[in-house]
Design a protein. Structure first.
Length: 284
């Protein structure tokens, strides 16, 4: 007989030994998912025995996680900005830091809600998490979600349909902004921005994720530069560009913006850790 308490204790220790981040949280998420019990309720039943079939299912999950396969891939979903997203090996696992990008985009759109026909583009949508989150909070906004990966767009489509957002989120396959049929008011993007040389230094979980969703080229800015170049012909007057970035990339983007968008206002915003995380451009 294995109790909830024993599983949480033992799994936390096993995950900790292989260096998995947040072993306590992950043990709770595993148990919650397999048992179908909300995570905050687990400790009310911690002395209960886990059914034998659930023990077997949990052990399969734990063994895969000990190989450092991302838990989101094992379970097939991940919470992002309060939404339970379907995820899979064809897309990057949504990260908590990207929620800052969503919050900033919501603020930008809410400031412009008095305009008719506000249009937002989520570029490199992956699982569709940004587009879905924005659509759920901005019922009056039309959204495009683009990605060069057909596999990623299938995952995004599953999430768009899961939340009944098909009429308002248009999925487009292609390179960055090229598939867009016209100009948009707000461009939001979490593109690959990690320099190629740093990928091998990162946590083992990233080896399971699509390299194309992480690799930003020699200096991490290959796709960011191309997006900015395309945006010059796709951003509406008085439009806004919001980009998630790696610390240290902000000044390069500001200089590039000065050439492509004369007169635009730019800023670089920090996350809670005090690291550069968002690049913001407001055209004029």
């Amino acid at each position: 007989m294995l109790t909830l308490r024993e599983f949480l204790r033992d799994t936390r220790g096993r995950l900790g030994k292989v260096g998995a981040p947040e072993p306590r949280l992950e043990a709770e998420v595993m148990l919650s998912d397999v048992l179908g019990v909300p995570r905050h309720r687990l400790y009310a039943y911690q002395d209960d025995a886990i059914p034998e079939e659930a023990v077997e299912a949990l052990e399969k999950v734990v063994r895969r996680r000990l190989e450092r396969e991302p838990l989101a891939y094992i379970l097939g979903h991940r919470e992002f900005y309060g939404v339970d997203l379907t995820v899979g090996p064809g897309v990057m696992v949504p990260r908590p830091e990207t929620e800052m990008l969503v919050e900033r985009a919501l603020l930008v759109c809410l400031e412009r809600m008095d305009r008719a026909g506000l249009v937002v583009a989520d570029v490199g949508t992956g699982s569709g998490g940004i587009a879905v989150s924005l659509a759920m909070h901005l019922p009056g906004v039309a959204l495009y979600a683009t990605d060069i990966s057909a596999e990623a767009l299938e995952v995004a489509r599953a999430n768009v349909e899961k939340f009944g957002l098909g009429p308002r989120v248009t999925l487009l396959e292609g390179d960055l902004l090229q598939p867009l049929p016209g100009r948009v008011d707000v461009i939001v993007a979490n593109l690959p921005y990690i320099p190629s040389g740093r990928l091998e230094e990162l946590q083992p979980e990233l080896a399971w994720e699509p390299r194309g969703a992480l690799d930003g080229g020699d200096d991490g800015m290959g796709l960011l530069r191309r997006l900015m170049g395309q945006a010059a012909g796709k951003l509406a007057d008085d439009g806004v560009i919001l980009l998630e970035i790696d610390p240290g990339q902000g000044e390069t983007l500001r200089r590039l913006a000065g050439r492509l968008f004369p007169g635009a206002t730019t800023s670089v915003e920090e996350d809670l850790a005090g690291l550069e995380r968002l690049f913001v451009l407001e055209s004029r």
